[in-house]
Design a protein around this ligand. Sequence first.
Ligand SMILES: Cc1cc2nc3c(=O)[nH]c(=O)nc-3n(C[C@H](O)[C@H](O)[C@H](O)COP(=O)(O)O)c2cc1C
Length: 440
Amino acid sequence: MTESRSIHLAADLSFYHTDFVWRSPGGWQGHQYLGPEFYEDIARLAARGVFDMLFFGEAAETPENYGGNHDASVKWGMRWPKHDMTPMIPLMARVAENIGFGMTMSTTYHNPFHVARLFSSMDWITGGRMAWNSVTSGYKNEAANWGYDPILPKDVRYDMADEHMEVVAKLWGSVEQDALIYDQVSGEFADPSKVHLINHVGEHFKVKGPLPVLPSPQGRPVVIQAGQSGRGLDLAGKHAEMQFAINRTIESMKKHRTDLDAALARHGRSPRDCGVLWSIRAQVCSPAEAEERDRKFVESLPPQAGMIMLSNLLGVDFSTVDGRTPLSEMVERVREQQGHFGFFQDAVETSGPDMTVEQFGRIYLTDQAIKVVGTPKQIVDKIEEIHEATGENGGIILEGCIAAPDELREFVENVVPELQRRGLSKKEYAGSTLRANLEA
Ligand SMILES: Cc1cc2nc3c(=O)[nH]c(=O)nc-3n(C[C@H](O)[C@H](O)[C@H](O)COP(=O)(O)O)c2cc1C
């Protein structure tokens, strides 16, 4: 990230196709289900707004958390289906120059050799526009799909992640930048002395190397980390260039930033070595209109929708929980699930002691992240406030909202011009690689 102080823009496309978004006004009705055209249009749209990155999360599962079977998830299309979005990225890259792509791949389930090779290869295909979002993965059924039932304890997953990211970095460094000779006359292709075994033998992984891929346009794809408990922050402090975070108030963002800075310092790095993309939901309309939109959306859903969503995210079966239970009483049960505890802890701390699980479930359907509503000027004021309060170090990621892609279009057409007018975000891409744009 170096010294860049501009507001970097990203959009989270992870669940644009499910979670009731497929039938809401402004959603993606009429498109071929999970066909490329929809995503290609989004890439063109975001590139018009000079977005740095489009982002895909990963959850390779059919959740059974609500009611102990997959009925609710499948019946209502909640967090299901979840295709592998890797093949979509090169298609999007072909229609939108310069925009980068963040793709999530688990350090728990995918061998570091596979991750290093795939992301280097993708970096080649996209001309240097890839970022790896490294996650330790907290979903129970995903764990069962990859052979872990029950899910591995969170601390073990974080131990594995630390070693995994170290191995990936070693593999990305195993072929020197000038190893390629490519001499048509002598026939020499590359210099063997510049290609190195890594011979890694650790507690969790054994990888000989080298990587059989030439150094990619970025040398190393950008490394993002998502996980916001103490272990997540520590991992980011050691290995990541960018973090993706969901905090529900500016106060909690400031605390997150301070904790991340401490983690960076512990690993001999500086705050500017790792930016944060703060998840926000922006709506260009009056607060009354925004409320009305969300009210209509929530009323069109089955009454248990919020509880299904929370069950899928947090691993607790909320069909067995009295809706009047205060959120704060769920802390231990959520912690025991070994899943997304960091996010839940922030939600409890920022929601007030009396909020019930039912209330939170309803709110969560529309307000997963901090909400920014108003005229373009008011929205940019708020984004600027967040940016300044957190050290002008990263940017924002628009959450997958209830009217995707319309809310993204509203943002590109109305908010981006105001950001650019004030010199807060780029008017044009600074370079052809993702890192060049993140550093501008
Ligand atoms: C903002 C954010 C995005 C995440 N995205 C994913 C994802 O796409 N796939 C996944 O398996 N886990 C994802 N995670 C989960 C983390 O990898 C981690 O397993 C989980 O959050 C538990 O760690 P924590 O308590 O440190 O956050 C995400 C977490 C956060 C905070």
